[in-house]
Design a protein around this ligand. Structure first.
Ligand SMILES: Nc1ncnc2c1ncn2[C@@H]1O[C@H](COP(=O)(O)OP(=O)(O)O)[C@@H](O)[C@H]1O
Ligand SMILES: [Mg+2]
Length: 256
């Protein structure tokens, strides 16, 4: 068996209490292995977005620690459920925007944006405006914009949650292909247990009030291709995730 990958991020006993007294996280701990996909699942309000923001350096714990391998924060990029494209800019110039902000010369950023657009199957759509694209295409443009700087860490907050199931599955497969090519570490927050089990080498289950980690499963499928979704081993993984989530809700009620 291969040795486990060293963690890129180590979240240790993290708490986060906001200025208004809301305890978003209390005692949350998890490891994010380098170069793998980690999925985070849990009901609304359990602190998933807060945790993701901490991993990307947009928020900080009020107790506990978020540590990075080598001590330096990895270069991170975010994508969200809403593609957040600038409606007046063409698709290619939306995708090139992070390079523009980083001061990359025009010719190079154009070439890099076109290359990544090709990788997300939007080669022919670069000159269009975001409003001319379907929801799935807009999300692919958003993923391309996140990847154009070749980040070490890709943070996805319910990225495909607004899409229909078939489009969502196609984007899950595209994400796996991009991950296979670039090898970045991915943390993806999702409400879908099916998506979490399909994408995650580990799936971290969280519970709310206050937000914490209640379990982790490591599906360990030999390969992840669309046919996997119809197999008994896949069903077993989603069933154990569902059970873990349900148990955390029962404890919740008991405590109330
Ligand atoms: N800036 C903030 N100020 C006060 N409360 C917040 C803030 N951001 C998030 N919260 C609260 O913290 C909890 C966790 O939020 P969040 O991390 O967004 O959860 P999730 O992404 O799992 O739905 C929720 O109760 C939310 O309302
Ligand atoms: Mg959220």
């Amino acid at each position: 068996m291969a040795a486990p990958a060293p963690p890129l991020i180590e979240v240790t006993d993290v708490g986060r209490t906001f200025a208004d007294g809301t305890r978003a996280l209390a005692g949350a701990s998890l490891m994010v292995p380098a170069g793998a996909i980690t999925a985070l699942v849990g009901p609304s309000g359990c602190g998933k977005t807060t945790l993701l923001r901490m991993m990307g350096g947009l928020d900080a714990p009020t107790s506990g620690a978020v540590r990075f391998a080598g001590g330096a924060r990895p270069r991170a990029a975010f994508a969200f459920q809403e593609p957040r494209l600038l409606p007046w800019r063409s698709v290619v110039s939306n995708v090139a925007l992070p390079l523009e902000l980083a001061g990359v010369p025009r010719g190079e950023r154009r070439a890099r944006a076109e290359r990544i657009l090709d990788r997300v199957q939007l080669a022919g759509a670069g000159r269009k405006l975001p409003g001319q694209l379907s929801g799935g295409m807009r999300m692919r443009a958003s993923i391309a914009r996140a990847l154009v700087t070749e980040p070490e860490l890709l943070l996805l907050d319910e990225p495909f949650g607004a899409l229909d199931e078939i489009t969502r599955q196609a984007l899950d497969d595209l994400l796996l292909a991009l991950w296979g090519e670039f090898g970045m570490t991915v943390v993806v927050v999702t409400h879908s247990i099916v998506e979490a089990a399909y994408l995650g080498r580990q799936v971290v289950v969280m519970a709310p009030a206050p937000g914490r980690v209640v379990g982790c499963i490591k599906p360990g499928f030999a390969s992840r291709t669309p046919a996997l979704r119809a197999t008994p081993e896949f069903a077993a993984s989603t069933a154990s995730l569902l059970q873990m989530l349900a148990q955390s809700m029962v404890r919740e009620k008991g405590a109330a």
